[in-house]
Design a protein around this ligand. Structure first.
Ligand SMILES: [Zn+2]
Length: 158
């Protein structure tokens, strides 16, 4: 899922938590939790396009397990508005990705399942056409053509 829908969904989630808890900081916290996990793509882009190794897909910050851990922490240990906002924002990130990527399988966004498979790309949905960088390209405000050309040149030979 791209930057804009991630931002919109997590803003809505933060607004909801603000309405429930009366804590306005819920909005920026939910946005952070709903958008920042995507920085892990930079690691994958580095491996694939700079190292030109198409075998792996790490997505280290993407995991339903993290959502579950946050929910457990909130329900049983720490009923703080900021934690609820973080959980709600992260829920929009992981659910948004799971539902919007048509190559996503049940285990694509389970970090433990990916780790068990040695983070090898094909076993959990993989890179698809190899053009996964398009989400990044479409998220930048300018320089899209130059960025696309750079990625095209860097596609690993598999
Ligand atoms: Zn994501």
């Amino acid at each position: 899922m791209k930057l804009l829908p991630h931002t919109a969904l997590s803003t809505a989630a933060g607004g909801l938590v603000w309405a429930i808890t009366g804590e306005p900081a819920s909005v920026p916290i939910a946005i952070a939790a709903g958008v920042l996990p995507d920085v892990d793509h930079l690691v994958d882009y580095y491996v694939k396009y700079v190292r030109r190794d198409g075998r792996f897909q790490f997505l280290l910050l993407h995991g339903w397990e993290y959502l579950l851990a946050g929910l457990i922490a909130y329900v049983f240990f720490l009923q703080e508005p900021w934690l609820l906002a973080a959980v709600a924002g992260y829920a929009t990130q992981i659910a948004g990705d799971q539902l919007s990527h048509d190559r996503a399988r049940w285990n694509t966004y389970l970090v433990t399942a990916r780790a068990i498979n040695g983070f090898r790309a094909p076993r959990h949905g993989g890179w698809g056409s190899g053009r996964a960088y398009q989400s990044l390209v479409e998220s930048v405000p300018f320089g899209r053509e130059a960025l696309t050309r750079w990625f095209e040149r860097r596609l690993p030979e598999e």
